[in-house]
Design a binder for this molecule. Structure first.
Ligand SMILES: Cc1cc2nc3c(=O)[nH]c(=O)nc-3n(C[C@H](O)[C@H](O)[C@H](O)COP(=O)(O)OP(=O)(O)OC[C@H]3O[C@@H](n4cnc5c(N)ncnc54)[C@H](O)[C@@H]3O)c2cc1C
Ligand SMILES: *[C@@H]1O[C@H](CO)[C@@H](O)[C@H](O)[C@H]1NC(C)=O
Ligand SMILES: *[C@@H]1O[C@H](CO)[C@@H](O)[C@H](O)[C@H]1NC(C)=O
Ligand SMILES: *[C@@H]1O[C@H](CO)[C@@H](O)[C@H](O)[C@H]1NC(C)=O
Ligand SMILES: *[C@@H]1O[C@H](CO)[C@@H](O)[C@H](O)[C@H]1NC(C)=O
Ligand SMILES: *[C@@H]1O[C@H](CO)[C@@H](O)[C@H](O)[C@H]1NC(C)=O
Ligand SMILES: *[C@@H]1O[C@H](CO)[C@@H](O)[C@H](O)[C@H]1NC(C)=O
Length: 486
């Protein structure tokens, strides 16, 4: 088995990006001259502060010249037309959960904040949920629950629908139905021209395909029609163990990953974590079963390991995703996993020697990405992630660091980049590396689109040129991962 890595330093406080030419007093004035004049907010307003505060990572809370909050696809179209005519740079933000600064906001430019477009409507006849781009998964789950249905969305309820769906989207249901993006039946998109169009299997199928993983390279999605599935009560929660169980956990993880196809109702995330409050280095397993069955045999190897606490219970998807809060991380070969946890322990000691923060935490997250996932993608028509070209079961690794003192920005960024490099080198040396980098967990220093494979890169470029011939989403929208930078 092979591994794929990502690093995500979180929550440092200083903005480090300064992307802009300062042309933006002009841009905000231009927006104010449209019918959206009451939806443009400046740094002196409470609405502006609220909007910035909702960005997840403290270091990503940049200060745009103004923030515009559209209420409809028509509003988005007006904003895009205005900003393209005035050649103003802008950023697009939905749930604001990308952890690096500048992905979904910007210094000095205009940030289009889609959080007011946050409703979910169930279309029973079609078996789809129409979800607006600024919704967060907990509200989607809550809205759908009375109808007895749910969707393959975030495992943390707070994250946004948009980034998740256009970057792939790994849910508790991936082993059953593929990635979140594989379950989109229709995207409504505002193109650079301001046109509001649908992209689905029969209309603009190329754009439809490219949006399944291609992120912010084509336009702004203003609605997702997502296929629903029955909402059964789940059995899930968090099981905490002493880190002395590490070797056993790793064996169990590899075994679990290689057997998911025997029981796709089971999902597991492994989290090795240290934080400065408890001063403890522990191991946590998030076990979720998407049917009301406790202690399913799929979890047997994990359940054999003695735990210190467990919140395993029967609950709704809403309830379980409210529990999984802050931070995930991930990569599959027992040797690489053991190395990852050794490095994890070692890097905690390195941090202890230099850290200035009052609060800090270092998590190493391990997550199965079996072949079964991309088999579902292919059955559903395919996406652009390119995972079907790998024949092995993968395990994903994420190094996820948080700290509160800006003086530690350089320290944690260096540790994040260095642990990733050491692990990648090790994995390569034993032939257990895999080039895939998951966009939704990638750091700015990584190049996830490049890991999709040559064919997908060419396809994404072609579709981007076709629907955005002037390259607005490459140049005027600098945030996010860009196909022109692959
Ligand atoms: C605590 C936590 C838990 C997570 N759990 C999971 C998980 O279970 N599974 C998983 O797969 N991932 C998970 N992630 C990763 C998550 O999928 C990404 O952070 C994702 O980008 C979040 O979407 P967002 O809308 O909040 O992001 P944003 O930061 O708002 O946007 C992400 C990118 O998409 C662009 N964008 C936003 N809206 C639009 C739009 N409407 N049209 C076009 N482009 C747009 C932005 O410009 C930006 O580049 C988690 C992240 C965190 C921090
Ligand atoms: C917005 O936040 C700034 C900086 O934190 C603060 O100085 C200002 O008073 C706030 N404005 C409003 C209206 O809340
Ligand atoms: C949508 O956003 C508004 C404004 O922040 C909030 O009051 C409302 O509860 C949200 N609705 C949903 C369904 O999340
Ligand atoms: C696909 O797009 C076309 C054109 O807008 C639309 O008429 C059709 O209803 C869409 N199909 C789906 C499944 O949404
Ligand atoms: C458990 O954590 C401690 C403290 O960080 C570390 O020294 C030890 O090596 C860890 N044990 C395992 C098996 O990872
Ligand atoms: C956790 O440990 C308790 C006490 O040994 C045990 O009864 C329980 O089944 C364990 N839970 C899990 C999920 O392993
Ligand atoms: C989840 O359910 C438990 C009871 O099983 C309850 O105590 C808790 O408050 C619920 N959480 C949320 C966010 O609803």
């Amino acid at each position: 088995m092979k591994v794929s890595t990502a690093a995500a330093p979180l929550l440092s406080i200083l903005p480090e990006a300064n992307l802009l030419i300062d042309n933006t007093g002009f841009c905000c004035t231009a927006l104010q001259a449209t019918s959206l004049r009451d939806q443009v907010f400046y740094p002196t307003s409470a609405a502006y502060n609220e909007s910035v505060k909702f960005i997840f990572a403290a270091n990503a809370r940049l200060s745009p010249s103004c923030i515009v909050q559209p209420h409809s696809a028509e509003d988005v179209s007006i904003v895009v037309s205005t900003l393209t005519q005035t050649q103003c740079q802008f950023a697009v933000r939905s749930g604001g959960h990308t952890i690096w600064p500048g992905a979904a906001s910007m210094e000095q430019g205009v940030t289009i904040d889609l959080s007011m477009m946050n409703s979910t409507t169930y279309q029973e006849d079609k078996g789809v949920a129409s979800i607006l781009p600024g919704a967060r998964w907990h509200s989607v789950y809550k809205t759908l629950e009375p109808y007895g249905v749910t969707v393959p969305g975030g495992r943390s309820g707070a994250i946004g629908v948009s980034g998740f769906l256009i970057g792939g989207g790994n849910s508790f249901y991936t082993a059953r139905v593929g990635f979140g993006c594989d379950n989109v039946e229709n995207f409504e998109v505002v193109l650079a021209s301001g046109a509001i169009v649908n992209a689905n299997r029969t209309s603009r199928p190329d754009l439809y395909q490219a949006l399944k993983g291609g992120s912010i390279n084509f336009g702004i999605v203003t609605k997702y029609d997502l296929k629903t599935l029955p909402h059964d009560t789940l059995w899930g929660g968090l099981v905490i163990h002493d880190n002395s169980s590490t070797a056993q956990q790793i064996e169990a993880a590899v075994d679990f990953t290689n057997n998911i196809h025997n029981d796709p109702y089971a999902s597991w995330i492994g989290m090795w974590g240290y934080n400065s409050v408890t001063g403890q280095n522990i191991m946590g397993g998030a076990l979720e079963y998407t049917k009301p069955v406790a202690y399913a045999p799929a979890f047997e190897e994990f359940l054999k390991i003695p735990n210190t606490t467990s919140t395993m219970r029967f609950a709704s998807i809403y309830n379980l995703t409210m529990e999984l809060g802050q931070t995930p991380g991930y990569r599959n070969d027992a040797t690489v996993l053991r190395k990852a946890i050794d490095l994890h322990n070692n890097y905690i000691e390195q941090a202890k020697a230099h850290v200035k923060s009052d609060y800090w935490a270092m998590d190493t997250m391990v997550q199965p990405w079996p072949k079964l996932f991309s088999q579902h993608s292919v059955e559903k028509g395919g996406n652009v992630l390119g995972l079907e070209r790998f024949d092995e079961n993968l395990i994903q690794l994420l190094f996820d660091y948080s700290w509160d003192n800006q003086d530690d920005d350089a320290l944690f960024c260096r540790l994040g980049e260095s642990i990733l490099e050491e692990l990648n080198e090790f994995a390569k040396s034993i032939g257990a590396d895999n080039e895939f980098v998951y966009l939704n967990y990638a750091d700015k220093s990584q190049n996830p689109l490049k890991s999709y494979g040559e064919e997908n890169i060419e396809f994404i470029s072609r579709v981007a040129k076709q629907y955005d011939p002037d390259g607005v989403f490459q140049v005027q929208v600098p945030g996010g991962f860009k196909i022109s930078e692959v």
